[in-house]
Design a protein around this ligand. Structure first.
Ligand SMILES: [Zn+2]
Length: 62
């Protein structure tokens, strides 16, 4: 890992210790991965995370 990876949701630097998900080359820290996993569909926070993830899909299409 040459580049410093940052969580796209919370901007935390990602290392081997808190490595979570990689989606389309973008990373989510273990913490956020858990948050997403634990969120319910009607959780207000879910929308924010969903929007964050949507950005990734948009990048892909751009
Ligand atoms: Zn994070």
């Amino acid at each position: 890992m040459k580049d410093t990876l940052k969580c796209i949701l919370c901007q935390t630097d990602i290392s081997e210790n808190n490595f979570g998900l990689v989606i389309l080359g973008r990373c989510i820290c273990a913490n956020c991965e858990q948050e997403i996993t634990n969120l319910c569909w009607d959780d207000p926070d879910y929308d924010a995370y969903k929007r964050g993830l949507k950005k990734i899909w948009c990048f892909k299409e751009a």
